[in-house]
Design a protein around this ligand. Structure first.
Ligand code: GLC
Length: 582
């Protein structure tokens, strides 16, 4: 254990005693306020089902494949699995276009396979979070098929319509359709609204009958043992059905116009009473509005609406190869932490199925640093306040693939953006460079299990090319190596599962301006840990706060001593270390 000079110790002891007394008191109060919940304490692991493990050789991952890897999931020390949609769907948006909310797309297996998979998870103490895509359905859903054929259909009111006799509808921005959010249907001479693709008509939440349908669907899955729901694109669900004109160019801040209308809170309260409360399940919202107040109004316990929100400020950083500033990264996480320090709860994540891989965006893919930087980023995610969401493959440090021509893309988002860039006459070479770096398809390549053909993902032809680095980056290889990203991840989940301070402890940032090191403490009652993360490929030095004395190293991705004389921490490239403080 390293100490500061005697004098410093004497001085700091004096300060520490009084500080500790005060903070112990504060924390005693905090502790009584801890509202302990599994969904706060656990680590969520996100599975993109078509890319995890294929059991029948059709090239798509499936439930049996996941079932076969339950021991692997258990070995990760995760608490719950969130799975992207696997319902009946024409797959225009890889399942985020649901044609039947109670049926399973045959590519994933049967309802019995689903039940066996989730039962197997439960036996291993792993909970299950279902993706609920109810801002919109597929245009192939029987509701829409009927609604578009007749203005008198019993399902007409499940969607948003603008009768053509009223003229052109007021412009609406669409996230996937460069031509805008309304589309014309000849059969009934009217336009329907779609926030996403043309094939994803928005459901009309203003209609109580539609809301009841949704609650029934959620109950159906809750009865099958689902423990939580991830509400897809939910902030857009409520609309002003007078469809007012929005100002020109409003799309640059469209969330303000499309997101979180006050009426939505009423619907969420209704959903809470109908589904969440009686079935003792929780829900996490994709999107948290535009302000902290919006986010609090969604998730604070006394609101009785949703329980967790995730926002996009983290992932909106580093969307281009120009990267990001560490000070800004710290500022964003710190801002969100302080806003939720006393009330409400958020998720912590850096990647998911809508983003490129985290090592490319926030770490370093060069062979010498891929492992270290992936370990560092995982240490970060698992040592922050908020529930960590780990995207499959990030526990291995999986990276982006190269897709240099538009023909290689299958994602509606990438293709839509490309078409828009062509129409606007943008520099296509530059556009493709950015797309190659940032496309969400990077995060959807098959899981890398071993170095055999197709990385052990399938014996057939994989639906998406495997990252050629699978020979080095795979589960089998990393299982054998105590210093792998995978084994570091396991140590980190173990630590988080053992230490309540990593879940509920107060977060305090050290040296906000430091451009290499992200350092913070987590404190709960009289327990404190110090997290030191070097985000660069250079040695870094940081002077610890005067009064701080460090003790046992709880985890590190290097074997060296970190804190030397004078309270100076020396961190090797991408070093990540968590120490106890005395
Ligand atoms: C959400 C999903 C995304 C999907 C979109 C439309 O943002 O995360 O993958 O494309 O909703 O459902």
């Amino acid at each position: 254990m390293l100490r500061l000079s005697l004098l410093l110790i004497a001085v700091s002891v004096l300060f520490e005693c009084s500080d500790k007394k005060d903070s112990a008191n504060d924390n005693a109060i905090e502790e009584t306020k801890l509202d302990r919940q599994w969904w706060k304490e656990g680590t969520l692991y996100q599975i993109y089902p078509q890319s995890f493990k294929d059991s029948d050789g059709d090239g798509y991952g499936d439930f049996r494949g996941i079932f076969d890897e339950l021991d692997y999931l258990e070995s990760l020390g995760i608490t719950a699995v969130w799975m992207n949609p696997f319902f009946e769907s024409p797959m225009v948006d890889n399942g985020y276009d649901v044609a039947d909310y109670r049926a399973i797309h045959p590519r994933y297996g049967t309802m019995q396979d689903f039940q066996e998979m989730i039962n197997g998870m439960k036996e291993r103490g792993i909970k299950f979070v279902l993706d609920v895509v109810v801002n919109h359905s597929s245009d192939q859903h029987k509701w829409f098929q009927s609604a578009k054929k007749s203005r008198d259909s019993e399902y007409r009111g499940y969607y948003h319509w603008w009768p053509a006799e009223k003229g052109e509808p007021p412009y609406r921005y669409s996230l996937f359709d460069p031509e805008g959010g309304w589309d014309y249907v000849e059969e009934t001479d009217a336009y329907y609204l779609h926030t996403f693709a043309e094939a994803q008509p928005d459901l009309n939440w203003e209609n109580p009958k539609l809301r009841q349908e949704v609650y029934d669907i959620m109950k159906f899955w809750a009865e099958k043992g689902v423990d939580g729901f991830r509400m897809d694109a939910f902030q857009f669900a409520s609309k002003d059905t007078t469809y007012p004109e929005f100002p020109d160019g409003y799309e640059s801040e469209f969330i303000k116009y499309h997101g979180l209308r006050p009426q939505l809170h009423g619907y969420l309260k209704e959903m809470y009473l109908e589904v969440l409360k009686p079935y003792n399940v929780y829900a996490v919202a994709e999107g948290a509005g535009s302000t902290f107040e919006d986010a609090h109004d969604l998730v604070d316990a006394d609101r009785e609406e949703l329980q967790v929100a995730y926002h996009f400020d983290y992932v909106d950083m580093s969307k281009t190869p120009d990267g990001y500033e560490l000070s800004e990264f710290k500022e964003v996480f710190t801002r969100w932490d302080s806003a939720f320090a006393k009330e409400g709860w958020i998720a912590i994540f850096l990647s998911n199925h809508d983003n490129a891989r985290l090592v490319n965006r926030f770490g370093d893919t060069r062979p010498a640093y891929r492992t270290l930087s992936a370990q560092m980023l995982n240490t970060f995610l698992l040592s922050m306040r908020g529930t960590p969401y780990t995207y499959y493959g990030d526990e291995l440090g999986m990276t982006n693939i190269d897709m240099l021509t538009i023909e290689e893309y299958v994602d509606i988002d990438a293709i839509g953006k490309y078409e828009a860039a062509v129409t606007k006459g943008e520099d296509i070479e530059e556009f493709m460079k950015v797309l190659n770096y940032s496309s969400r398809e990077n995060g959807r390549t098959p899981m890398q299990w071993n170095d055999s053909k197709n990385a052990g993902f399938t014996v057939g032809k994989p639906w998406k090319p495997i990252n050629p680095n699978y020979r080095e980056v795979n589960v089998a290889e990393q299982n054998k190596n105590p210093k792998s990203v995978l084994n570091h991840f396991r140590k980190m989940t173990r630590l988080r599962n053992e230490k309540l301070v990593l879940v509920y402890g107060d977060y305090d940032l050290i040296a906000p301006e430091h451009e290499q090191v992200y350092a913070y403490t987590r404190t709960l009652e009289n327990e404190q840990v110090l997290v030191l993360l070097n985000f660069t490929d250079q040695m870094a030095e940081l002077t610890l706060p005067n009064e701080m004395e460090v003790g046992e190293v709880l985890i590190s991705n290097y074997a060296n001593e970190v804190v030397g004389n004078g309270g100076k921490a020396q961190l090797a490239p991408y070093q990540a270390v968590i120490l106890k403080t005395d």
